[in-house]
Design a protein around this ligand. Structure first.
Ligand code: 5GP
Length: 237
């Protein structure tokens, strides 16, 4: 497999084509962004930690029957993935209230959400990733009703699996954001990444934040906290 040109550069990752049209290289950079890319900083070791963390989680999910785009780790900051046609929506599932649900709906942070809530957001930085519903997704052709149903079902399944995985490491999965795409056969597959950049994780006993809220809220020790999460799960960092 030969890495070729950069196809796309996101806020924390770059995507490269390869000599195989169905395979891409994800390069996890040290960039850390918040507030729709309005604040960006470089954090040492973050690319490596997130790349290895993502590989660990994607492999756990694949082993549990969730189809993912992950193929294999290539280096400290690179992974090989299947090329997907991404669906431009974010699927957010919440077990405990934090972030936008508190801000937008006046819910108290820390409130248990059982059964978990589910929200769709449009991936559009210029519009600030607005919340959307199934009617918008179908009307504007971002996904079919079947794909919408499948994204919801897979998101709840991933949430159930990972809630337990993090609980085994004495952590609470507060919420997470997943993105899906279609592979070359039109099959719906989990894409993007699963790292502490795109989920909230709290220590179960102290409720200390161990995720990207440390960066958003200037709490310090961002990568150190990601490493604590990784070590508790047994990720080889
Ligand atoms: P909220 O809606 O509370 O801001 O975010 C809900 C969850 O989705 C959080 O775990 C947050 O990190 C994640 N999330 C929402 N939007 C984005 C995004 O654009 N990028 C990443 N990496 N995560 C996001």
């Amino acid at each position: 497999m030969e890495k070729r040109e950069e196809r796309y550069s996101g806020k924390a990752k770059s995507v490269y084509t390869t000599d195989d049209p169905n395979l891409l290289v994800l390069y996890f950079r040290n960039d850390t962004s918040a507030f729709d890319g309005k604040r960006i900083e470089q954090l040492d070791r973050k690319g490596m930690v997130n790349n290895k963390f993502n590989a660990f989680i994607m492999q756990k999910l694949e082993a549990a029957g969730i189809p993912t785009h992950f193929v294999k780790l290539l280096s400290d900051q690179e992974s090989l993935v299947k090329s997907l046609k991404m669906i431009p929506v974010e699927c957010v599932v919440r077990n405990i209230a934090a972030g936008s649900i508190c801000r937008c709906l006046g819910v108290e942070e820390g409130k248990d959400l059982n059964p978990p809530t589910f929200e769709f957001f449009l991936k559009n930085d210029a519009l600030g990733d607005p919340m959307i519903n199934e009617s918008h997704i179908e009307y504007f052709g971002w996904a079919t009703p079947e794909q919408v149903a499948a994204m919801k079902e897979l998101t709840f399944k991933v949430n159930d699996l990972l809630k337990q995985l993090f609980l085994d490491g004495n952590m609470l999965l507060v919420d997470c954001k997943l993105e899906f795409g279609l592979d070359q056969n039109g099959k719906l597959v989990l894409g993007d990444e699963f790292t502490p950049d795109g989920c909230r994780l709290w220590d179960k006993d102290t409720r200390e934040k161990l995720d990207k809220d440390r960066f958003r809220q200037n709490l310090g020790n961002v990568v150190e906290s990601y490493e604590i999460v990784g070590r508790r799960l047994g990720v080889d960092l």
